[in-house]
Design a binder for this molecule. Sequence first.
Ligand code: GLP
Length: 234
Amino acid sequence: MNIVVVKNQEEAAEKALELVKAGLEKGSIKTLGLATGSTPLKLYEKMRGANLDCSDVATVNLDEYVGLAPNDPQSYNHYMKTELFDHVKFKETHLPNGVAENLQEECERYEAVLSENPVDLQVLGIGTNAHIGFNEPGTSFDTKTHVVELTESTIESNKVHFEKVEDVPTHAISMGIASIMEAKEIVLLAFGEAKAEAVKQMVNGPVNEGCPASVLQNHANVTIIIDEAAASKL
Ligand code: GLP
């Protein structure tokens, strides 16, 4: 794992943008894997201002809440549209559909999308319990796209984006750990004290399913860009 400790989110976003830009310029990024949550917001802000040519690039996102329609302001579909897709034109953009009638079929459809669009660079965040995507502790490393029941700690962490805790969906569709590991390159961002323990377990802990992000120790091309607070337990 290549670990880069930076002063703040601004610097982290700049470093991540450099990786994205380099891949686009070389033509090595044909599919960009994207994440949601607070962590990549600065990166998307910088991408909006970077005059990138993504007209030949597809995107795939990690996850979506079950029960939220794409136009629901709390959905990840809506988040991606307002933060990035309304500003940077991509060839295609893909997210799971959280209101698909048959969720199992939706997972299969999404896995097919991933097979057609193998991820060249995947942007990742990390949950306070070391989840990646919405793969909670205990998820098998073999999992492909699946329906997940969110843990209390994830619901608690994510309630800041909702009016009240009861509004946070209890389930999500998420790319599985095996799907995430198929990306050729991964860039994980993490900021703040609240992520320090998860970062420590991911980098120095044993590789096991109790710590989903620890699987990244098995990936050949991972860069972890973290601020000093998130790095404080390393
Ligand atoms: C959410 C998302 C993840 C994200 C993580 C961290 O639950 N499903 O993709 O990386 O939790 O969120 P945040 O960036 O808001 O701290």
